[in-house]
Design a protein around this ligand. Structure first.
Ligand SMILES: CC(C)(COP(=O)(O)OP(=O)(O)OC[C@H]1O[C@@H](n2cnc3c(N)ncnc32)[C@H](O)[C@@H]1OP(=O)(O)O)[C@@H](O)C(=O)NCCC(=O)NCCS
Length: 169
């Protein structure tokens, strides 16, 4: 990421979910959250490596105009070869990874990009709910998601370490 990148992005930049290519992958793996946020989300290189082994994984870079600013990865049970999650419903699509890199946070991109993610989730066959989870604690994204309209399901995941939330599609 160059200082040109941070300067060219504004609140009114246009957001898109963009396929990652051999040409862009290094830029995407270079996107980082703040050190204090690293416990809330895996780094993007790890997520992309995990996706290689998971047929239900669907991931995209988040671009503001032409600048990569973040990363999203879903678990989509409707993808060919996807194995249902343990205790998961076939109609649940999961927001597995979501990050806006530190220099681009608080520009409204996280919220606006959720609109694009919801639009994508609605386009998938048979999906009724978007599920997500967060690691609770100071600085966690709980209020970000609840403000958008997610609600707590009361269930936990990741061996009890994360709280589950959901949004009807
Ligand atoms: C959570 C995250 C994606 C939000 O992205 P963002 O682009 O900064 O969010 P926005 O600017 O669109 O903020 C939308 C609203 O949520 C609020 N908000 C943003 N991050 C928040 C947080 N961590 N906690 C509480 N509220 C938050 C903003 O203040 C804003 O509210 P307002 O409209 O009342 O001012 C980003 O902070 C991030 O990548 N965090 C680290 C990784 C992470 O936690 N990912 C989620 C894994 S479950």
């Amino acid at each position: 990421m160059t200082s040109e990148d941070t300067q060219s992005v504004t609140r009114s930049s246009s957001l898109a979910l963009v396929e990652i290519t051999a040409k862009t992958v290094r830029k995407i793996t270079a996107l980082k959250v703040a050190p204090s946020q690293q416990r809330f989300v895996a780094n993007n290189a790890t997520s992309i490596a995990e996706a290689y082994f998971e047929r239900g994984a669907w991931f995209r870079a988040i671009h503001a105009d032409d600048t990569p600013v973040g990363f999203v990865m879903l678990f989509d049970p409707s993808l060919s070869g996807a194995k249902p999650l343990e205790n998961g419903k076939a109609s649940d699509i999961w927001l597995w990874r979501y990050m806006i890199a530190e220099p681009f946070q608080r520009h409204g991109f996280g919220r606006s990009c959720l609109d694009l993610i919801v639009e994508h989730a609605r386009s998938r066959p048979g999906m009724t709910d978007l599920l997500a989870s967060y690691v609770p604690g100071p600085g966690c994204p709980r209020d970000f998601y609840l403000r958008y309209g997610f609600t707590e399901t009361g269930r936990t995941c990741a061996e009890g370490s994360e709280n589950e939330i959901s949004l009807p599609l």
